[in-house]
Design a protein around this ligand. Structure first.
Ligand code: FES
Length: 104
């Protein structure tokens, strides 16, 4: 069952970076990739580095601590010192706002 919740104003989601926002008790990262919006965990699954200092390029985010690279749309690990994926969450744009579904 989905549970869409408001996450941010679209105007506050900068392109080409991980935008860290609080949604309830969680923090997540929002990415504006062209006309689409994506959401992932705000922290790297390797050793927990916050992705706000990560490098976003060509639909991927690179953790700034040990350089794990993840595909933003799927969370798939592309390279780096960890084995797990980056958790991802459904996200959508509705008017001027961004909504996410954090349902496990
Ligand atoms: S904490 Fe991100 S790669 Fe190690």
């Amino acid at each position: 069952m989905s549970d869409w919740v408001w996450a941010a104003r679209l105007a506050n989601v900068a392109e080409d970076r991980a935008n860290i926002v609080a949604v309830g008790a969680m923090t997540i990262a929002l990415y504006r990739l062209g006309n689409s919006i994506r959401a992932t965990s705000s922290h790297c699954p390797h050793e927990g580095e916050c992705l706000d200092s990560g490098f976003v390029e060509n639909g991927t985010v690179e953790c700034a601590l040990h350089y794990a690279v993840f595909e933003i749309a799927t969370g798939r690990l592309i390279s780096g010192p960890t084995t797990g994926p980056l958790p991802v969450y459904p996200a959508r744009i509705e008017g001027d706002d961004v909504y996410v579904d954090l349902t496990p």
